[in-house]
Design a protein around this ligand. Structure first.
Ligand SMILES: Cc1cc2nc3c(=O)[nH]c(=O)nc-3n(C[C@H](O)[C@H](O)[C@H](O)COP(=O)(O)O)c2cc1C
Length: 253
């Protein structure tokens, strides 16, 4: 095979893979409303398998998954979220949040936990206290980003199988984390990272807001004339965030 022919074959192969992948990436949505139809165990296993293949710092694979299908446990998780939301409203937490009542009826939830002792697999040094601190911070980032990669893989696998999931970060918060740790019997030092309710979506989105690609790209070096002013962020939070997060483009199924 000539080099040109091989290149053509490779690029065709790559394009053939890109199309279904980008479609899955674009059509995946955060879903917070589910049919009560059960999700077969094989489907859950396929989602977890995608998580298992995520990249991770030092190939540590720090994640573990708790599959929750028991109704009484899901109801208790829901209660913790609903109560916390009421408390957040009283505390005037500056974030819209959405009703968490759906959690009680979700067919399944994948709780992602991770053992921070895996951070030993990431760069560290005792050369100076400053460097020690710098690397400690970096290890925390690597740990969290590795888990996030596994979550994203699972999101995409779920979407490819016609399922929807949501990413509940409340699992990693101190207050809710304590209660959820007790409920799910997660031993120290294992950390609760995220809860992913999973099921067949009751809603669909014809689109979701994304910034145009050209607004995101700089060529060769950062173009400082395009640095956003502070009011850009204020405006997003005050006028756009709520709709862009929850309702824009949503259609009941
Ligand atoms: C790190 C991270 C944390 C998130 N936390 C929550 C959450 O706690 N609750 C929730 O309902 N959605 C959560 N989301 C989902 C976002 O609201 C959602 O991804 C965003 O609005 C874009 O919508 P889309 O996922 O449908 O494209 C989170 C997403 C990410 C990536």
């Amino acid at each position: 095979m000539t080099q040109t022919a091989r290149k053509e074959e490779e690029s065709q192969g790559a394009e053939g893979f890109y199309e279904p992948l980008i479609r899955c990436i674009c059509e995946r949505r955060s879903i917070r409303s589910f049919h009560e139809t059960q999700v077969p165990d094989e489907i859950i296993m396929k989602i977890l398998e995608a998580g298992r293949w995520a990249p991770s710092g030092g190939n540590s694979q720090p994640w573990e998954f708790i599959v929750v299908k028991r109704r009484d446990i899901l109801e208790k998780i829901c209660e913790i979220f609903v109560k916390d939301r009421e408390q957040r409203i009283r505390e005037k937490v500056n974030f819209p949040g959405s009703s968490k009542a759906y959690i009680a009826k979700v067919p399944a939830m994948i709780v992602v936990v991770a053992d921070p002792r895996w951070k030993q697999a990431y760069p560290s040094t005792d050369f100076t206290p400053t460097l020690r601190r710098m690397y400690a911070r970096n290890r925390e980032f690597i740990f969290v980003k590795s888990v996030a990669a596994a979550v994203q893989n699972m999101f995409l696998a779920a979407a490819s199988l016609g399922l929807g999931m949501a990413w509940l970060t409340g699992f990693a918060e101190d207050r809710m984390g304590k209660k959820l740790r007790r409920l799910l019997k997660v031993p120290e030092p294992v950390r609760l990272m995220a809860g992913l309710p999973a099921g067949y979506p009751k809603v669909t989105y014809h689109t979701k807001f994304r910034r145009p690609l050209q607004d995101l790209i700089h060529y060769e070096t950062y173009d400082p004339t395009r640095l956003k002013r502070d009011d850009f962020f204020r405006n997003y939070c005050e006028n756009e965030r709520n709709r862009m997060t929850y309702s824009a483009g949503r259609m009941e199924k």
